[in-house]
Write a protein that binds this ligand. Structure first.
Ligand code: AMP
Length: 192
């Protein structure tokens, strides 16, 4: 396995860049948020629980997220290229993932951080709300909660990966194609 994490605040363009990485390199997307939304849409067994967290902008509990991420990874071929999109979002999830991948005799090969300042994010999320109708993009208080969780819970994972010399920062304020180019330059170094 070759494993990459794409990390960035809500509205940083992770989804768009993930799609492009999948097209270009054949990554398999490991996107917990998308899986959770799918469970909600399909009335899965955890629908009510998931809904209560997603709709209030909170992270779903690790009892569920770690179980789902384990299942997602285990379902992939051992020679797959995995793109973790939106996982890990906490230090506890990052250490869980490292331990779990070690059991698989694999590891995280690189972490790409899309850096976008908070004043730009709000504008982008409001725009996305008009296009995708995501329940968690709909009002300012939910967006604020997600931003706060990002700052408090997710930002610390950057230092964790920096200490492992795996962190690659990309200016997410650039034009979308320039962001893709910057990511591809990093990928081409990592894959070689
Ligand atoms: P996303 O599509 O990545 O923006 O995720 C949408 C929502 O799914 C988040 O706001 C959380 O409620 C939930 N979620 C996604 N990834 C995680 C995670 N790693 N841990 C806990 N909850 C998550």
């Amino acid at each position: 396995m070759f494993n990459i994490i794409l990390v960035g605040p809500p509205g940083s363009g992770k989804g768009t860049q993930a799609e492009r990485l999948i097209q270009r390199y054949g990554f398999i997307s490991i996107a917990l948020g998308a899986l959770l939304r799918q469970e909600m849409a399909e009335n899965g067994p955890n629908k009510k629980l998931i809904e209560s967290y997603i709709n209030s902008g909170q992270l779903v509990p690790d009892s569920l997220s770690l179980q789902l991420i384990t299942q997602l990874v285990e379902a992939q071929p051992t020679d797959g290229l995995l793109l973790f999109d939106g996982f890990p979002r906490t230090l506890a999830q990052a250490t869980f993932l490292d331990n779990f991948l070690t059991e698989y005799q694999t590891k995280i090969d690189g972490v790409i951080f899309l850096d976008v300042s908070s004043e730009h994010l709000l504008k982008r999320l409001k725009h996305r709300a008009t296009i995708e109708a995501r329940s968690d993009d709909q009002d300012d208080s939910k967006i604020k909660t997600r931003m706060q969780i990002y700052q408090e819970e997710t930002l610390p994972i950057l230092n964790y990966y920096k200490a492992q010399e795996k962190l690659h920062c990309v200016n997410g304020l650039q034009d979308v194609d320039q962001v893709t180019q910057a990511i591809e330059a990093i990928m081409d170094r990592l894959i070689l």
